[in-house]
Design a protein around this ligand. Structure first.
Ligand code: NAD
Ligand code: MG
Length: 388
């Protein structure tokens, strides 16, 4: 049996789906982890409860208006409380072995960069960072000797079966996609779907934003861009296959015709545990795979006319320049507007497409540039939303 040295752990986005799954594993393995930092944006009561349970050095609430509630809630515990963006940066900078990057959207990019710059090991759940600032972020990782471990189930699968010693022998990376809740619905019927229907994913229980992205399949598009930055392959070597059961989490094909896959029940605690214990393994309560019970696994090609967001993401990757940063920002605005019932489901791809076609922004050469493009794109996207 492998033994694991005790690790110190910071969780950015502790109150979300990934954060909670991570803490579930920590709760089950108290001897293996010490929690250093816990952060949340607005779920202050949950953050207080988690801080009392896990006793971090620092607890941070993103929404500054809730700082007093946090401070009062943790009075007498000795836990340092911070708030706002500066507070998040302070939490990310607090020394720890590993940082779980589980803030949703580009909003968490600065805190993660702070952790990267102190050379931490990052268990990266958030895919938006690599989409909006992939090249620059990977440069920062290399410069500061940080380590990136992918939590996203597909990328974690690829990470497990990618032979670094034979990187030139890799012919393709094949990402699997469940197809989301609307795989078998006609495109005509999607105009009227509600946020509730869109977030009801058949296989995974996730936060609202990524659930909508899974329904539009933008999620898979973001994941293709994420894979491009994480693994040494060319853009044309990235493929997608629909696999509704989400049992094969992705595959790497080699030049000799071998294809290696990682399989497991769809439970995010499996890829999270793979990162937490890396380079070792740890037990999880995830159900073990019973293939005879599952019976058969299905695979289909993607319908790009139905899932326009996926096509837009693939085009943005090929176009390069500012396109991926803009794609991500426009999509974040569109998904938030859909969840707020300001636009319909099919308007998400229309809005992203319109924004991408209206801009002549140049490739970001610095992280400051990325933030400018992100901000400008968000206001452009907002300007196309129906006025209240
Ligand atoms: P979630 O919405 O459940 O949780 C998001 C977390 O980020 C919460 O703790 C929230 O308080 C915090 N947060 C939100 N906005 C913030 C802001 N502006 N500033 C600071 N903190 C903020 O999301 P999730 O499903 O846990 O996903 C987190 C990330 O992981 C996403 O980027 C998602 O794409 C990725 N991911 C999630 C899953 C999954 O199963 N949930 C799988 C793969 C990848
Ligand atoms: Mg995924």
């Amino acid at each position: 049996m492998q033994t694991m040295e005790k690790k110190t752990l910071s969780i950015l986005g502790a109150t979300g789906s990934i954060g909670q799954n991570t803490l579930d594993l920590v709760r089950r393995n108290p001897a293996d982890f010490d929690i250093v930092a816990l952060t949340a944006f607005s779920g202050v009561e949950l953050l207080i409860a988690l801080a009392k349970e896990f006793k971090p050095v620092i607890a941070t609430i993103g929404n500054e208006e809730l700082f007093t509630v946090l401070k009062d809630g943790l009075a007498g515990t000795g836990i340092r409380c911070t708030a706002g963006e500066e507070g998040l940066l302070e939490a990310a900078n607090e020394p720890s072995d590993m940082v779980v990057a589980a803030i949703v959207g580009a909003a968490g990019l600065r805190p993660v960069l702070t952790a990267v710059r102190r050379g931490a090991t990052i268990a990266l759940a958030n895919k938006e960072y690599l989409v909006c600032a992939g090249d620059l972020m990977m440069q920062e990782v290399a410069t500061h000797g940080a380590t990136l471990l992918p939590v996203d189930s597909e990328h974690n699968a690829i990470f497990q079966v990618f032979d670094d010693a034979a990187e030139n022998a890799v012919s393709r990376i094949i990402l699997t996609a469940s197809g989301g809740p609307f795989l078998n619905r006609s495109v005509e019927s999607l105009g009227t779907v509600t946020p509730k229907e869109a977030v009801a994913h058949p296989n995974w229980d996730m936060g609202a934003k990524i659930s909508v992205d899974s329904a539009t399949m933008m999620n898979k598009g973001l994941e293709v861009i994420e894979a491009y930055h994480l693994f040494p392959v060319e853009k044309h070597q990235l493929d997608i296959v629909i696999h509704p059961q989400s049992v094969i989490h992705s595959m790497v094909e080699y030049i000799d015709g071998s294809t290696l896959a990682q399989l497991g029940c769809p439970d995010m605690r499996v890829p999270i545990a793979s990162c937490l214990a890396w380079p070792n393994r740890m037990r999880t309560p995830a159900k073990k795979l019973n293939l005879a019970e599952i019976g058969s696994l299905d695979f289909f090609d993607v319908d790009y006319t139905k899932f326009k967001c996926l096509q837009l993401a693939k085009d943005a990757l090929l176009a390069g320049g500012a396109a991926p940063t803009m794609l991500n920002a426009a999509n974040e605005v569109a998904v938030a507007a859909f969840l707020d019932k300001k636009i319909g489901f099919l308007d998400i791809s229309t809005l992203v497409e319109t924004v991408l076609s209206k801009s002549d922004m140049k490739e970001p050469h610095s992280l400051a540039n990325v933030f400018e493009i992100d901000t400008e794109t968000r206001s452009l996207a907002q300007s196309y939303l129906p006025k209240a």
